[in-house]
Design a protein around this ligand. Sequence first.
Ligand code: C5P
Length: 231
Amino acid sequence: MKDVIIACDFAGSEQMLVFLDKFKNTKPYLKIGMELFYAEGPDIVRRIKERGHRIFLDLKLHDIPNTVKKTMKVLSSLDVDMCNLHAGGGKEMMRYAVEGLTRADGTRPLLLAVTQLTSTSQRMLHDELLISSSISDTILAYATNAREAGLDGVVCSPLESPIIHDAIGEDFLTVTPGIRFADSDKGDQVRITTPARARELGSDYIVVGRPITAADDPVAAYEKCCKEFLR
Ligand code: C5P
């Protein structure tokens, strides 16, 4: 199911709740990242869940398999809807993560892999990480590992959605940040697309931060995103 996820990059719960109070008639899907989670602890997740929102908890786990498994078990009990890890931790770590997330009744949150961060350049991959393959080959190989380990999809640029879907399968989710309205400020994002273009490229979920959170009317900006992306 396609949806728009708002990236709630707020420093504390007060700002977060002031923002959420603006949404009187809808309960948008929200992404909570490391900043808010580390500032407020797991209680912020419970409080937002109680308000009826779905939550993508973006903590990008990367550790030994056993530690990731036990941590995923905690995230699963927090009742988040989506979470993620770094595919660079390897297939065994990803398999353990799926095990940790799966509840006694067999249900679990969606689990996504980060392949290569968009801040990683080809030069950095080669000179610092000593990976000789191209960035695109690395992304595809890591995404393939994620699928084989039982994950549901990847976080990637909307421009990569068609390649990932062609190579790995239409049902493998692409969750895509880097979204801007045609007439808005790019900020620090470089490879960007509009919500409408992300839809054409086959993104399953778009993650939108500042175009909504910094808008004069965040509710109207969210509705505009939904209108363009979900149509
Ligand atoms: O404000 P903006 O729309 O740029 O926010 C995008 C969100 O998606 C931020 O929370 C950012 O950390 C996240 N993100 C990203 N690029 C990635 C992975 C995550 O912009 N490759």
